[in-house]
Design a protein around this ligand. Structure first.
Ligand code: C2O
Length: 496
């Protein structure tokens, strides 16, 4: 199926959820949007037309975009948005990559409704490194708002306060029976007793880390961020926004109907997990339709979200709140147009000495941040180590920090402040990821070789944090060899 162009039409669609009918922006009249299927090393060509009233782009989350930065998708980083009525064709290769990915809009909060799965199979004849599942299912965790998500972002930023919680959590777009008018708006998987299933979990939610569990069933993790892992068996998994995890589930329980639940790590209202989670069903062949088992654990750890005393909420990296420029950083860099960014992103926090053990217990003395579009330029082939230190004063969630254009080795993480004297690095078999949940009040160390030229966004995948500026840009310069240089921009690259 390589080389065949896929059509994606971004458009508005009328949906009725939670007793409310409204228009949402989706792709090809589907919610979630269509699944893109491919095989490792396939060339993917997708023509995106924007028939919605909003500016849009599509980002292919987790795809390393080897020498194809122009098609990465984050607005004002690698491209101007596709304006209403315009089109742009994304073209890239799944170079040495396979597994569960997803695509999502990368403008404002549009990815609240514009998202779908990207599933890449191994090459023909290459098996999975685990027992072949009887069937596979995609499970996309989402957040649903009754309000227009683009307006919601504007309002939240203007308010200076935290975002409201979603009106519902969803599994493949369905809230399930915990919500009003949603008794029939439920996702269901039929299973055959004794068979093993592969579930491809994707957290497409905007602002929440979410748990996923199935009543009475074990989950065996076999893949995270589209890389195989050593199998690990558990009863529930947690995914930060932007994370994907594959699990195996065996239908080894008495014939029945079991609930699959997903919900946030914390609940601002102190409401039990059971009542604020999306529910879907895992129904055994031969089960009575009215039997139902709920997940064994009905509560998840709860935390209270502290508010600011005065001022507005903000987020930054090394005390810089990232501001998107008016043309894409990639275009400004490639065409050497001055004035849209500066290459003086500080190599360390401006107030490094002010570090104390971070959120939520100890608050740094100085949390001032300056606004700017300040980037870090790297020579081709540089070996990069980044220490991600959470110094947040408010967040009780981990920060899922996502790097475009690369996967990185997570060589260490811990609580408190990073201390080079005591930090223990795993240099033997570290996980290879594209999104790392930096522990709240803790740190993570990542390493990669900067061998993919281009302009790459490094940001928190919690959308409100990104709106507040929790991100920066890494520019990786061209190398000398022919396969070390970014090609020319495509002719249909959108203009701002
Ligand atoms: Cu999933 Cu910058 O994105």
């Amino acid at each position: 199926n390589s080389n065949s162009a896929i059509l994606m039409e971004i458009q508005t669609m009328r949906v009725t959820k939670l007793c409310n009918t409204k228009e949402i922006v989706t792709v090809n009249n589907m919610f979630p949007g269509p699944v893109v299927y491919a095989q490792e090393d396939d060339r993917i060509i997708i023509k995106v037309t924007n028939q919605s009233p909003y500016n849009a782009t599509i980002h292919w989350h987790g795809v390393r975009q080897r020498l194809s930065c122009w098609f990465d998708g984050p607005s004002y980083i690698t491209q101007c948005p596709i304006q209403p009525g315009q089109a742009f064709t994304y073209e890239f290769t799944m170079f040495q990559q396979k597994g569960t990915f997803f695509w999502h809009a990368h403008v404002s909060w549009l990815r609240g409704t514009v998202y779908g799965a990207l599933i890449v199979y191994p090459k023909t004849g290459v098996p999975y490194p685990f027992k072949y599942p009887y069937e596979e299912h995609i499970i996309i965790l989402g957040e649903y708002w009754l309000q227009d998500v683009v307006q919601l972002e504007r309002q939240v930023i203007a308010s200076g306060g935290p975002p409201p919680p979603a009106n519902a959590f969803t599994i493949n777009g369905h809230p399930g029976p915990n919500y009003n008018c949603s008794g029939n708006d439920v996702y269901k998987i039929d299973v055959v007793p004794g068979k093993t299933y592969l579930l491809r979990l994707i957290n497409a939610g905007l602002n929440m880390e979410n748990f996923f569990s199935i009543a009475n069933h074990k989950l065996t993790i076999v893949e995270a961020d589209a890389e195989y892992t050593k199998p690990f068996t558990t009863t529930r998994v947690m995914l930060g926004p932007g994370q994907t995890i594959n699990v195996l589930v065996t239908a080894d329980q008495p014939i029945g109907k079991y609930s699959m639940a997903m919900g946030p790590y914390m609940s601002a209202q102190g409401v039990a997990f059971q009542n604020i989670s999306a529910i879907a069903y895992l129904q055994y062949l031969g089960a009575l339709p009215n039997s139902l088992s709920l997940p064994a654990q009905s509560k998840t750890p709860q935390n209270n979200c502290q508010g600011v005393n005065n001022g507005v909420m903000a987020a930054s990296m090394n005390n810089i709140s990232f501001v998107k420029p008016n043309i894409s950083v990639l275009e400004a860099f490639y065409k050497k147009i001055d004035g849209f960014y500066t290459d003086d992103f500080p190599g360390a926090p401006l107030k490094f000495y002010d570090f104390v053990n971070g959120a939520p217990n100890n608050i740094p003395n100085n949390t001032n941040a300056a606004n700017g579009t300040r980037v870090k330029v790297l020579e081709y082939g540089s070996r990069v180590q980044i220490i991600l230190q959470d110094t947040g004063t408010l967040t009780t969630e981990n920060h899922p920090i996502h790097l475009h254009g690369y996967s990185f080795y997570v060589i260490g993480y811990g609580t408190g402040n990073y201390n080079p004297q005591t930090a223990n690095f795993n240099l033997v078999d570290p996980p290879y990821m594209n999104t790392i949940g930096v522990p709240v009040g803790g740190w993570a160390a990542i390493r990669f070789t900067a061998d993919n030229p281009g302009v790459w966004f490094l940001h928190c995948h919690i959308e409100i944090h990104l709106s507040w500026g929790l991100g920066t840009v890494l520019i990786v310069k061209n190398g000398i060899g022919e396969l070390e240089r970014l090609p020319h921009p495509p002719a249909d690259l959108p203009r701002c």
